[in-house]
Each structure stands twice: as C-alpha cells, then as structure tokens.
Ligand binder design. Sequence first.
Ligand code: ZN
Length: 387
Amino acid sequence: MSLIPPHGGTLVDRILKGDAAAKASQEAKNLKNITLSPREAFDLEMIAIGAFSPLVGFLGEQDFARVCREMRLANGVVWPIPVILSPADEVTAKINVGERVALNDPKGRLLAVMSVTEKYRHDKDLEIPNVYKTTDDAHPGVKIVRGQGNFNLAGPIDVITPTHEPEFPEYRLPPAKTREAFAAKGWSTVAAFQTRNPIHRSHEYLTKVALEMTDGLLIHPLVGETKSDDIPAETRMACYQTLVDLYYNKDKTMLTVMPLAMRYAGPREAVLHTIIRKNYGVTHFIVGRDHAGVGNYYGTYDAQKIFDQFDLPKDLGVTILKFEHTAWCNKCEAVVSTKTCPHGPADKVAPSGTKVREMLKAGQRPPQEFSRPEVADILIKWAQLAE
Ligand SMILES: [Zn+2]
C-alpha cells in the first residue's frame, strides 16, 4: 500500500527541533524583525508544516514571475498563486540581501528566522490581472495585494513556532500526520472536500459520491483568514462534527482543518487547493461550481475548466472530481444534478442563501431536504446571537 507522493517529490518540514529551535530563538533577539500580515503568517505555517511543499520559503523573483505568467515555479513544477513576503516599504528599505531576519506574527511574537536571499520589486501589475483575472479593488484578494509593499523579500525560513494561536488544535493535523493516519487506516485513495461554509445536503451528497470511489474521505475545512461575512469557523466546526457524528461512516471519514488564508482567486485557487491536498496525502479532490470564487468575477465552472490546461497525471497526479450543481428533487426523492435528473427547478428544494439566513434568524429550520435538522439548529443559535 502506498500513498501519493507530495507535490515536487519531498514533504517539506521547516520546523526546527530541540537545540536548533532554542539557538534560533536566541539568535533572533539580535536580528532586525518583520511583523507579518495575517496572510503572511498563515502562509508561513503552511510552508513550515509542508502543506505548501515544495516551497521552503517565500518566493524569489524568477518563481514569482513564472507563477504569475504560467502557473509554474522556475523549475517547471506547477504552482498557481505567488506566496510572497511583502512588508511595508519602510521595513524592506532597512533589510539587506544576505541578512538573517526574525519573522514575528501580527501580535509581535517570534515565529521564524529567515535568510534573505533576494529583495525585488513586487510587480503588482503582473500579479493582479494574471492571478485574479480582474483589477477591481473591490475583489478581496486584489485589495490585499494593493495594500502590500512594493518590494518582496525571498528566502528559506527556519521555523521556531508555526503559530501561537492554533485554532482547533485537536483538528489541526499537518500533512505528515494525515499521511500517517491514512496509512494506519489502510487508505491509499482518499477524496477531500474543501469548504468554508456549513455542509448541507447537496454537499453531503458530493462527499458521499466521492467516497463511493475511494478508500476514505477527508472533510478539510479552511480555518485561515476568510471574509468577515463568512460564517465563523467555530460555528462551522460544530456543524461539521455533528454531521460526521450522525450521518457519516466514522471508519471511512476524517475531519481535520487547514490553516490557509483565502485569496478568492477562483480557478487558480482551485489548483492551489488541489496541490495542498496532495501534500496531505489526498488522491481525489472535489471541485464543485464556483470553487473559491467571490462575487461574479469567475464563471460557474471556470475552476473546473482550468485543470484542462495541465497534463494532470504528470503535473498534479490528483484526480479532479468535477461536480455539477446539486439539490434535492421532490420527484426523484433524492439529491440530484442536471446530469442525473430530468425535472425542472420547480421540483427542487433550493432556497436562496438570503432566504436561509432569514429563516435561521427567525429560529426556523430550513427544509430537511436542504439542511439536516441538527446542523440547522447549530446555525439557528449562531444566527440569533449574531443579531
Ligand atoms: Zn428529479
């Protein structure tokens, strides 16, 4: 039995152990320090634990340019979105190539030491239209890039503490640990489902269809930085755990979290999500409609079509499970898609997001064909407190 190899061949581990960590902490006291943005801090953790393998640090200029233009690192390995360190210009002005610098989290606590190998102009005019397919400042990903510095610092990182505030520590398994768990369970094929929303009946269906094809299922919600109007991670985790407890075969299902900061880059982000899951040991990745999108910047199925640009077995090695929009059909008495059901929209139970929020605020469960009652009750509690 063998697991899928990590992206680029080697699972990265940039976390210093024992004496090396103590030495680096000591060294950091005499170094200039950089306070990371929330996104940079999440990226540092993703690099540290190997979720961003083969990256060992923040991208240099050649990697940055080729990632923006061609979705590849300079060495040809597929990588869709720049992972960069882009502090304010007055901070980078004081840092020289060849120096070691301390990297602190947004609250000023030491995370890592970095060897600065490059300092280069942050070409936002190359990054924004290529990665986000829009230059609209109202796009949350574009807005973040515009607010970043005009220079990037690159170099490998040696991490002392990946994060000082691990949300959901019991669910926060790094790639090495999910891989161990899959091996222990005897799973060589694993389907993963990415989500930043509560799981309702239609998505429960997708995950179960996927599991019919694989040895195991990883429900892998994102708990890194999201938009302020997304449902809080704590509420979502309660929904996921309740659903797994009551409606999934626990021997075949794992629930763990991923500390990634969303970019909302739609298609390119779907590729990033796939690479990350491969590093966690996943072989089959579910990509539904509007994956990782926001507003109307991307076509409904753009995040599926982008994979056609790759030689999938060679470039990614993950099977992409592309799903149509699904909903409960009263005539079929099942969750269906346009692929599997001949009936029209009038037969579907598909209340709008706005309608669902109204019902929850009023203390009403949405129809059970849309949402499991136990999940609805958790959301009602949240919606009423959020008032
Ligand atoms: Zn039908």
